[in-house]
Design a binder for this molecule. Structure first.
Ligand SMILES: Nc1ncnc2c1ncn2[C@@H]1O[C@H](COP(=O)(O)OP(=O)(O)OP(=O)(O)O)[C@@H](O)[C@H]1O
Ligand SMILES: [Mg+2]
Length: 244
């Protein structure tokens, strides 16, 4: 499986007359089949970067090669198709469809890939079992706890067997114990399914579980060895230490 390659990536937002630079000249390779965390202060550009990697948004300029595809060159339809086949996304607020059951939420991306019904149902049952929710298959998201909702979201992200799973602050809306269980689950799924996980997080538990860490500040990225990153972030003085 190939690395995720990002070069000379720029992105800004336009707010009325104000131009907000969100990512400035990002150059980064992320190794496959690892647990990589993006860390940095609020507003530093983590969500923006994940959205670009995840083909949810498009950069102003620069290159992103993921799963062997230069995604900047794809039109809207091809991008959506590529995304549904190769990328799973886990959101901070779970983003489950409220009118669909846990089973149906996980099934939904498989319907989009036109997988035959019998195979699809079997795959959803297997995923529900893997995330420990076989007994909650018929529950709507509103009838699940936060941790259970995030487990459904993890199963949904993994349903199409994507090469890359992106997670934006996946434990931010969970208490620390539930967050720890979710991290363990993601770690286990990453190892068993040999997928590549990229997270954004401020959560020390997520950072401690990472193989690699990348720090972002004011839209600029500072890659570094995992151990340095973890020590610095844990120190409560991360900006100064990482910048040093
Ligand atoms: N839709 C938007 N319109 C205008 N500015 C935006 C928009 N989305 C993000 N920004 C700005 O872009 C910058 C990067 O935001 P981003 O959401 O990527 O940060 P973040 O690192 O994910 O922060 P947090 O940790 O708070 O989630 C910030 O200055 C933010 O205010
Ligand atoms: Mg964010």
């Amino acid at each position: 499986m190939s690395a995720l390659h990002i070069s000379q990536l720029y992105k800004h937002y336009q707010l009325d007359a104000v131009r907000v630079p969100a990512l400035i000249d990002i150059n980064l390779d992320i190794q496959p089949q690892r647990f990589t965390v993006l860390s940095g202060p609020s507003g530093s550009g983590k969500t923006t970067l994940l959205n670009l990697i995840g083909c949810i948004d498009k950069p102003d300029s620069g290159e992103i090669i993921i799963a062997g595809q230069q995604v900047g060159k794809l039109g809207d339809n091809a991008l959506a198709d590529f995304r549904s086949r190769h990328i799973g996304f886990i959101f901070q607020n779970f983003n489950l469809l409220p009118v669909l059951t846990a089973f149906e939420n996980i099934e939904y991306p498989l319907i989009l890939t036109k997988m035959p019904a019998a195979k699809r149902k079997a795959r959803v049952a297997q995923l529900l079992d893997a995330v420990g929710l076989s007994d909650k298959a018929r529950n709507l998201p509103g009838q699940l706890s936060g941790g259970q909702r995030q487990r459904v979201a993890i199963a949904r992200a993994l349903a199409t067997e994507p090469q890359w799973v992106l997670a934006d602050e996946p434990t931010a809306n969970l208490d620390s114990q539930t967050g720890a269980a979710i991290i363990q689950l993601m770690r286990r799924m990453q190892r068993e399914l040999k997928v590549s996980f990229v997270f954004s997080s401020h959560d020390p538990q997520v950072l401690a579980a990472a193989d690699d860490a990348v720090f972002i500040r004011d839209g600029q990225l500072q890659p570094m060895p995992a151990k340095t990153a973890l020590g610095s972030v844990d120190s409560n003085n991360n900006q100064q230490q990482v910048a040093a």
